[in-house]
Design a protein around this ligand. Structure first.
Ligand code: SAM
Length: 306
């Protein structure tokens, strides 16, 4: 039975309404236009870069609190101030839970922050990073070098410029961990939230392999998390999400999708502590205790799990 959706406010029909330019809405501020009914704005101290690539509008600006901020199509991708939370939780959780990851695939991640964190694991022998937009990499190397911190020059890194969905559909490579560090499901990122992409990614996992996905802020993007979890329920024996609060991803804690046929999620805390110590990582957010606690979900997020 179809329910006529409550139209409490005039709904912006995405097709007809051209995307607003987040820099034009409130001069001197960058207004994020990701959500229909919720916006955040960051003061633009200095606009450092602004250009349209083949795929998306790329901007970087200085903000007094967050430092340099990267936006793609007016959506905040990463900021110098709080990127450590996101990159540490999306890399160390699957790699330390796995315990013997040597081959890691990063899909997206053009700013280089995820590659930086993954490459800190000496046990990781090869990182393949599949980024659709070469301009994001070139630009991040130049304007956001503190994100990649030399990761792009690490001999263990294979940088592939391609659509991540096409890559997993066509590769015969297999990985211990797949990290989908994508934009939100708009523009080129849309392909990374489809059932076919998840099925192809699963085929690219070695036995006991783990996939983690950037799955937005459940309070505002709950349907995206449910959609990913529905696909993961069909593909994996263990699927869930874990949470971390990244201040610039406004709207509450953000979710990282988790899928595996292995038992990595139940690794005991003392084993995680031993692995973390052996890895010799200096972190600013990740701890083995935070790792375990991140999987404890509040009721409103559990309700989004099919
Ligand atoms: N931390 C950010 C977040 O949570 O939104 C993501 C950062 S990273 C900049 C996102 C990257 O995904 C961008 O460099 C973008 O070009 C890339 N991307 C988007 N769609 C893609 C696709 N289909 N294949 C590969 N990379 C893609």
């Amino acid at each position: 039975m179809s329910h006529e959706k409550e139209r409490s406010a005039p709904e912006r029909d995405r097709e007809d309404t051209p995307a607003e330019d987040g820099f034009a809405i409130m001069p001197g501020w960058a207004v994020e236009t990701l959500h229909d009914d919720f916006r955040q704005a960051l003061r633009v101290g200095k606009l450092i870069y602004d250009s349209k690539t083949r795929h998306q509008r790329l901007r970087v600006f200085e903000n007094p609190t967050f430092g340099r901020v990267l936006t793609l199509d007016d959506v905040i991708q990463t900021t110098e101030g709080d990127e450590f939370i996101y990159h540490e939780m999306m890399s160390h959780v699957p790699i330390l839970a796995h315990g013997a990851a040597t081959d890691v695939l990063i899909i997206g991640g053009g700013d280089g922050g995820m590659a930086r964190e993954v490459l800190r694991h000496r046990t990781v022998e090869r990182v393949t990073m599949v980024e659709i937009d070469a301009a994001v990499v070139e630009f991040s190397r130049q304007y956001l070098p503190q994100l990649s911190q030399g990761a792009f020059d690490d001999p263990r890194l294979d940088l592939v410029i391609d659509d991540g969905a096409r890559f997993v559909a066509g590769t015969d490579r297999r990985f211990d961990v797949i990290i989908v560090d994508s934009t939100d499901p708009i523009g080129p990122g849309e392909a990374l939230f489809t059932d076919s992409f998840y099925a192809d990614a699963k085929r690219c996992l070695k036995e006991g392999g783990i996939i983690v996905t950037q799955n937005g802020v459940p309070f505002l993007q709950g349907a995206e998390l449910t959609q990913t979890m529905r696909a993961f329920k069909r593909l994996f024996t263990d699927r869930c999400c874990y949470l971390a609060t990244v201040p610039s991803y406004a709207g509450g804690p953000m979710a990282f999708g988790w899928g595996t046929d292995g038992v990595a999620r139940s690794v005991p805390l003392d084993v995680l502590r031993t692995r973390f110590a052996a890895a010799g990582l200096e972190t600013r957010y990740y701890t083995p205790e935070v790792h375990k606690a991140a999987f404890a979900l509040p009721a409103y997020v559990r309700k989004l799990m099919p």
